[in-house]
Write a protein that binds this ligand. Structure first.
Ligand code: BGC
Length: 752
């Protein structure tokens, strides 16, 4: 009897514990009864309608039962302009100009969870104005390759930084009543052969590096939908990958929402139906009639279809549809969101180098020569899927002109031609002759001479270099990270004419700075920085605000120093076996999709081996003692910061580190304090050090603040391949606190 009472009491305790705060995914489970009742009323045909695209950017609801369609919008850095129902061709609307937010790598350079959240709220609000239910973003894959075509969309090379930002972005969006569709799940780190490449990655690296930004957004952020990537992971396409979609996403992380294949990334009926896909985008050749047929022949059960529908309806019920007469009645871009874009841009700009304190520009400057087409280039669109039709975009030149006012003369020279990009189908006539250079074409003598002339009698020269969205783009990787179209020649000539020279890089990813370094006393990484990018940049250059961005990825000295290149893992020698690659091959552009697919099937299958393991980015450079050009986490200010000694408190769940951070300068400035961990005497292999916590801190001139950083014990675990579980190895650690991965100011021992 007594024993039974104890048992009952224990059970009661268990129930109380289990009914505690719901996990973010459990919030999707509140309408199960209603959903089941609806499913019971649906015909098989109605159910299957929901499993594939209705238009290029929607999937069907159940009109008869009052269930609205699901409307999608690209992401990730602005709500994309409206396309025609059956494709991406602009629909020609007038109210669909959105706020262009700084792109992924710029957001990540803020190292700010608060800003990532705010950014998400901005995206979510504008999605609602457009009647969108799901934003196709954030895009959170780890930046593995410096040449990666989507580096600018993605966040960082580090999983802790990426995970913190992706989780906050997700919460920001979803708190506005819009769902995210986090992408591209998973290991989508290259565009080369992206539609067929098999990313072969070991389980520990997969868990610790590549899945982390997804895991936090789903488990803690409650991401409601997920986009499986185009590529394969360890043999199976992501859109039918049992391990990724069923075992990890749903099984381990408790994901309750639905998955949407990347556009054209569904590959079979049974694979998709059995291994975790909910919606085929776009088309219905796999998830339409063939599903109905399969149920009729008994290859699939109707229960299996019901489960797919249930997962979609959970999100449909969590997201209130925007009534048709409310959506699209006002301009998408709103001042409130433009302010968010502005705030992010201000904090993303990275001062890489400032020899002789060329920056901020002296108050005595009377004439500025701005050289380089990237100073006038708008970066809102291009790069394929992720473009935005911005309501407005302040270019760097406009920002400088406005800030300079009448007192300072600003002259502009284009300096070099720009590369117009490779295109699918016949190249269109290029209207602007300044946009007609081959990528490796030397400098144009006339443009060069004009630029030198402008530089000669200026007080300071600001050279704008970098890439553009034809060079860094979805669909292809760069073949190298060289500065294009003779930019190095231009900067060398400018320096000779006037050594008071600042270089600003307008790009999404890293570039090779070996030559540029020699001719640039100051270098700024200016990103593709959104609607207010030019305003923010001018404020940094003129010293109205101190730069405070930190690199979210390593700038290698040369491409071959970076891990996948050094290990011979990239580029893969297998060429051409990919639908997307064939888009650019003259003889294949006229073929039908089926004909191209046949061609691919006969070709060798591309593979990407990840034998560098967890040594991605700075983990590689540190562990192998390879000096980068600019290290992960690097970014200078106009002031100096001093770091006091660490007070370390080790607990069961976390290690807390407190220290004094002082702004030793005479202007307000932000610092991003970074805490890395080095393992001591571990039985497991680790990189030389790993980022485990960080915080952006604002300090008034001379101010000291006590800052606390917390390392969660969970973030110190490793994926144990013997037990297939996260394992915490107890033992000693060294804590490394500093301003960058290569600028450690304080060290302390700790144990866990
Ligand atoms: C991209 C996705 C995008 C989709 C829809 C695909 O090509 O990979 O990121 O969301 O197109 O535009």
């Amino acid at each position: 009897m007594y024993k039974n009472l104890l048992k009952i009491a224990g059970l009661a305790l268990l129930i109380v514990a289990c009914s505690g705060p719901k996990s973010p995914q459990d919030k999707l489970m509140v309408n199960e009864k209603k959903i089941n009742a609806i499913i019971a009323q649906m015909s098989l045909e109605e159910k299957v309608e929901m499993l594939h695209s209705k238009t290029n950017m929607s999937s069907a609801g159940v009109p008869r039962l009052g269930i609205a369609d699901v409307n999608y919008a690209d992401g990730p850095f602005g709500i994309r302009e409206e396309g025609v129902p059956n494709g991406f061709t602009p629909a020609g609307w007038t109210l669909d100009s959105a706020t262009y937010f700084p792109t992924g790598s710029a957001l990540a350079a803020t190292w700010s969870e608060e800003l990532a959240y705010l950014y998400g709220t901005g995206m979510g609000k504008e999605a609602r104005l457009r009647g969108k239910d799901v934003i196709l973003g954030p895009a959170v894959n780890i930046q593995r390759l410096p040449v990666g075509g989507r580096t600018y969309e993605y966040l960082s090379e580090d999983p802790i930084l990426s995970a913190a930002l992706s989780m906050n972005y997700t919460k920001g969006v979803q708190d506005q009543g819009t769902a995210v569709c986090i992408k591209h799940f998973a290991v989508n780190n290259q565009e080369t052969n992206r539609g067929s490449v098999d990313a072969q990655v070991d389980e520990r690296t997969l868990r610790e590096i590549y899945l982390k930004p997804f895991e936090r957004a789903i488990v803690e952020g409650g991401a409601m939908s997920v986009m499986p990537a185009y590529n394969k992971v360890n043999g199976d396409y992501c859109s039918e990958n049992e391990h990724l979609l069923n075992e990890i996403l749903r099984g381990e992380w408790g994901f309750k929402g639905f998955t949407v294949s990347d556009w054209g990334g569904t590959h079979s009926t049974m694979g998709a139906m059995l291994h975790g896909l909910n919606v085929q985008m776009t088309g219905s050749n796999y998830m339409g009639q063939p599903v109905i047929d399969s149920v009729k022949t008994g290859a699939l059960t109707e229960d299996q279809v019901d489960e797919k529908v249930r997962q979609i309806l959970r999100v449909r019920f969590a997201i209130e549809p925007v009534p048709a007469d409310v959506a699209n009645t006002e301009m998408t871009s709103k001042p409130e969101q433009q302010q968010i874009a502005y705030k992010v841009a201000q904090r993303s700009i990275v001062l890489l180098k400032n020899e002789g304190k060329v920056l901020p520009l002296s108050k005595d400057v009377k004439k500025i020569a701005v050289v380089g087409q990237n100073a006038v280039l708008k970066t809102q669109s291009g790069g394929m899927g992720a473009g935005v039709k911005a309501l407005y975009e302040i270019t760097p030149l406009q920002g400088i002109q406005k800030r300079a006012g009448d007192a300072v003369e600003v002259v502009y020279a284009p300096g070099y031609k720009n590369f117009p990009g490779r295109r699918w189908g016949p190249a269109p006539a290029v209207a602007n002759p300044l946009e007609a250079a081959a990528i490796d074409e030397p400098a144009d003598p006339a443009l060069l001479a004009e630029a030198v002339e402008a530089a000669k009698d200026a007080d300071v020269v600001i050279f704008f270099g970098g890439t553009n969205k034809s060079i860094e783009t979805e669909g292809s990787d760069r073949s190298d990270i060289n500065l294009p179209t003779g930019q190095e020649e231009v900067v060398a000539a400018l320096y000779e004419a006037n050594p008071n020279l600042v270089t600003v890089l307008i790009s999404g990813g890293p570039t090779d700075l070996q030559v540029l370094e020699q001719y640039s006393p100051a270098i700024v990484q200016g990103w593709w920085n959104g609607t207010e990018g030019g305003t923010a940049l001018a404020e940094v250059l003129f010293g109205d605000i101190a730069p405070s961005g930190k690199l979210p990825f390593t700038f290698p000295v040369k491409l071959e120093d970076s891990p996948a290149y050094a290990m011979g893992n990239f580029p893969d020698k297998t060429q051409g076996g990919d639908l997307f690659t064939l888009m650019y091959r003259a003889d294949a552009t006229q073929m039908t999709r089926e004909e191209r697919q046949k061609l691919i099937d006969a070709m060798p299958k591309p593979v990407s081996k990840y034998t560098e393991g967890s040594l991605v980015g700075y983990r590689w450079f540190d562990t192998k003692n390879v000096k980068p050009m600019y290290a992960f986490g690097h970014g200078l200010s106009y002031v100096d910061f001093t770091y006091g000694p660490m007070n370390v408190k080790s607990g069961k769940k976390s290690i807390k580190v407190t220290f004094d951070l002082t702004n030793a300068g005479d202007m307000e400035a932000d610092e991003v304090a970074q805490l890395y961990v080095r393992r001591i005497d571990s039985k497991v292999e680790w990189p030389a050090k790993e980022l485990k916590a960080f915080q952006r801190v604002t300090l008034a001139p001379g101010e000291t603040k006590a800052v606390t950083l917390e390392i969660k014990a969970d973030d110190l675990r490793y994926w144990n391949v013997d037990t297939n579980a996260w394992t915490l190895e107890h033992g000693k650690l060294e804590l490394l606190l500093g301003s960058a991965s290569d600028d450690i100011r304080q060290k302390a021992d700790a144990s866990i």
